[in-house]
Design a protein around this ligand. Structure first.
Ligand code: ATP
Ligand code: FE
Ligand code: MG
Length: 344
C-alpha cells in the first residue's frame, strides 16, 4: 500500500508518500511561520494563500523524491479536521482532485489520529494503547482499545498546553510559536516563581491551563506596573515545572486507571525535552507499559503522520465521498457518523 497524504490544517503545508503505514518514501513540509510571526499567531487568510501557493509544488516534489508516479498510489489520505476551514479546504480539494483524476480511494483523517499514528514510525502500536495528545489546540488522553478506535478519556477544560506555552511566550516577548524557546530556557534556570497547578487532586484525567497562563500574565503585568524586571529564564523554568508536574501527575493517574500495553506521547508539545525526560522516568514505574515518544521531527504537523493514520483508516475501510467537507471543530467523537458515506 502506497498512500499519498495531505496536511493543511494550520500553518504547515505538507505532502508525504507513505508505504505500508510506517515507511516514509517522501515528506515535504512548507512552514509559514515567518509570515505569521509578526502577528503573534496564525492569520487564517494568510495561511490559506500560502497553502494554495505550495500544495501542487509539494505533490510534485513528493512524487519525484519517492521516484513514483500516480499509477503507483493505492489511496489518497487527507486531514479533514479539526483546523482552520480555509486551510483545510486547500488540502481537501487537492486530495479530492488527485483521487478523482486517478481513480483512487479518498481516505479522511482526523488530525489528532495523525499525530498519534506518528508512533508507527517508531514501532507498531500495540493495543490497548493510551496516548497523551499535547499540541497547540489539544491536551487530551486518547484510549485505543483496538486499532482505529479512539476514545477521549481526559481533556482540557480550557486552554491547550501548547497554546499556553505560546501565550506565556508572547507575554515574555518571545516570538511565536514559543514552545521550543521556553523549553530551552527552562533547562537553564531555576523554579523561583510560585505558579498554580489546577485540578491536581481531583482524581480525574481532565486538565486546566488557563489559571497557570493568567498567573504568568499577571506576574508580568504587576512587575511592569512597579517597573520591576522579571528573570525570564527563571520564569520559563517555573512555568515549565508547573506544566510538567500537571502532565506527569495526570499521566501517572491515567496509567494506573488504564494499564495498557503501550503509552504514546504525541503532538507538537511531545517535542518538549522536559516532558520526554519526565515520561522516561515515569515509565520506569510501569514496567509492563511500553513508552513510545513520537520522533522529534514528526511531533509537529506533517503529512507523514496523516499517511500513517490514513493507512490504518484505509485498511479499516474508511472512505470519503466527493462531498467530503472541512470540519473545523472535528473531534474523535464525530469519527464514526461522519465517514459512513462511501465513494459513489
Ligand atoms: P492541533 O494539533 O491541536 O490541531 P497544532 O497543529 O497547531 O494544534 P502542533 O503543530 O501539533 O499544534 O503543535 C504546535 C504547538 O507545539 C505550539 O503551541 C508550540 O509552541 C508547541 N511546541 C513545539 N515545540 C515545543 C516544545 N519543545 N515545548 C513545548 N511546546 C512546544
Ligand atoms: Fe497538530
Ligand atoms: Mg503548527
Amino acid at each position: 500500500r502506497i498512500i499519498l497524504a495531505f496536511e493543511s490544517s494550520a500553518d504547515e503545508t505538507s505532502v508525504a508518500i507513505i508505504k505500508n503505514g510506517n515507511e516514509i518514501l517522501s515528506l515535504e513540509i512548507a512552514t509559514q511561520i515567518k509570515s505569521h510571526q509578526r502577528f503573534g499567531g496564525i492569520v487564517p487568510e494568510v495561511a490559506s494563500r500560502h497553502h494554495i501557493e505550495q500544495i501542487t509544488l509539494l505533490v510534485e516534489a513528493a512524487l519525484s523524491d519517492a521516484q513514483l508516479t500516480y499509477d503507483d498510489l493505492t489511496a489518497v489520505a487527507v486531514t479533514y479536521g479539526p483546523g482552520l476551514v480555509g486551510a483545510l479546504l486547500i488540502g481537501i480539494t487537492a486530495a479530492k482532485t488527485i483521487a478523482w483524476a486517478h481513480n483512487l480511494p479518498l481516505v479522511p483523517v482526523v488530525h489528532m489520529a495523525g499525530h498519534i499514528s506518528a508512533a508507527q514510525f517508531v514501532e507498531p502500536i500495540q493495543y490497548p494503547a493510551l496516548a497523551l495528545m499535547v499540541s497547540g489546540g489539544h491536551t487530551e488522553f486518547v484510549l485505543m482499545n483496538s486499532e482505529n478506535d479512539y476514545v477521549v478519556v481526559g481533556d482540557t477544560r480550557d486552554d491547550a498546553v501548547g497554546e499556553s506555552y505560546d501565550k506565556v511566550g508572547r507575554t515574555m516577548g518571545l516570538s511565536y510559536p514559543a514552545g521550543k524557546t521556553i523549553d530551552q530556557m527552562a533547562h537553564q534556570g531555576e523554579s523561583t516563581y510560585q505558579l498554580p497547578r489546577a485540578l491536581m487532586n481531583d482524581g480525574k484525567l481532565d486538565f486546566s491551563f488557563s489559571g497557570l497562563k493568567s498567573a504568568v500574565i499577571n506576574l508580568k503585568h504587576n512587575a511592569d506596573q512597579r517597573s520591576e524586571t522579571l528573570d525570564l529564564t527563571n520564569l520559563a523554568t517555573s512555568f515549565q515545572s508547573a506544566v510538567l508536574e500537571i502532565l506527569l501527575t495526570k499521566t501517572r493517574l491515567a496509567l494506573e486507571k488504564y494499564p495498557v500495553k503501550m503509552f504514546i506521547v504525541a503532538g507538537g508539545v511531545a517535542a518538549n525535552q522536559g516532558l520526554r525526560d519526565g515520561l522516561d522516568q515515569l515509565s520506569a514505574e510501569f514496567e509492563q507499559i511500553k513508552l513510545v515518544k513520537v520522533p522529534l521531527e514528526l511531533a509537529g504537523d506533517n503529512a507523514a503522520m496523516i499517511g500513517a493514520a490514513g493507512d490504518i483508516a484505509y485498511r479499516h475501510g474508511k472512505r470519503a465521498g466527493w462531498d467530503l467537507n472541512a470540519k473545523p471543530g472535528l473531534d474523535f467523537d464525530y469519527l464514526s457518523p461522519e465517514i459512513e458515506f462511501k465513494v459513489p
